[in-house]
Design a protein around this ligand. Sequence first.
Ligand code: GTR
Length: 441
Amino acid sequence: MMLVHAFSLCLFTFILLSCAIVTAQPQGFIYDEADVPDYTLPDPLISPKGKRIQKPQTWIKQQRSYILDLFREHVYGKTPSTLPRVEYELLEKGKNALNGSARRKQIAIRFSKDNHHLTALLLIYLPKRQAGPHPVFVGLNFYGNQSIHPDSAIRISDSWVRNNPDYGITDNRATPSSRGVRQSRWPVEEIINRGYALATMYYGDIDPDYDDGFQNGIHPLYHSWQQNQPDSSTWGSVSAWAWGLSRIMDYLITDSDIDSGRVAVMGHSRLGKTALWAGARDERFALVISNNSGCGGAALSRRHFGETVKRINNHFPHWFCDRFNRYNDNEESLPVDQHMLIALIAPRPVYIASAKEDLWADPRGKFLAALHADPVYKLLGTNGLATDNMPPLKQPIMSTIGYHIRPGKHDVTKYDWNRFMDFADMHLNPNPSEKKSNDKI
Ligand code: GTR
């Protein structure tokens, strides 16, 4: 009797938990594989004239830029081709950061154009144990540089920040109580111990994340350019943030502590979409990591699973270009799907991470996008994605296209970072001299 009781209690708890997983996601969307409609994906290896691309050179010289333009025109928007005036100022450096294991630098990147100015703060930690120049992970953060670590020397962002009383952020301004509030997402010591530098910037320094008709952040510096755009393909915020990542890259090239040939760009969620778009646009990023990026990131739009194009455009009208609205409830007519975004990163390594409970961001849709990017990776001479089947939990695929799904929810965890670093170890070789001597053995 007791046994039956215990069993029904377990069953009840299981049902409750399963419901909680589903109800944690917005209602009225597809969360069941059986409800996914039939769809046909555009083939990245078919040219605009309908011919199959057979040679790597044809992809590199023609097809890649054709697909890049499609994403510019229909999804993320076009980015201005000229740069504002840019100046770098080293604001602060610390020789003994993180209990003596790292050096710290804080750099102001000042943009100016047509009497408009914008300052963004870049925070860099460099490992002391290894000799430079160092490979580096670059990522934008959500609440200001001070949120990634309690290090009291980190400058507090004075940009507009989303209110979050739990983080001590009210009146849209960060305060000292927001120091380290997001440290669980940034295992700085582990990154340094594994021989990587870390460079991060607050995404709102480039473009505050609310819809104001593109009046703030970097936009005033490009007012005249924006006004002269003939169509609805002007950049949205994802493009502006990706542009900001490229400006970080511009700086890193000038910094002799950094190995600019070994820069990995990483982002979570909306910033995971941004990392993919940055990696697609800017081939200087040697490796791209997208965590829980979902709709408009690594998930296939045509599956309608979890977040849809219509929902993302309605809730976040400033993220994509206006033309993307044409595809609300009309994904089949998109000339691209997100596997083609991943393919634009080829042959450079790309890692797509997902989480079991994060159905809103469609873990399987991200796997399938990786799988359908594989033919382009193979054409370019890499091993692509080393499986046709979605792997079980915590069994990462570590080929040139990497993928994992872990238990848990929408977040960046230590597990995720450890896999990112394993992947970077394989592809960026953080200790070239050590690797060389091993090779001889
Ligand atoms: C959600 C949005 C997702 C994802 C996420 C985030 O509300 O629907 O596309 O980007 O925000 O960035 O945290």
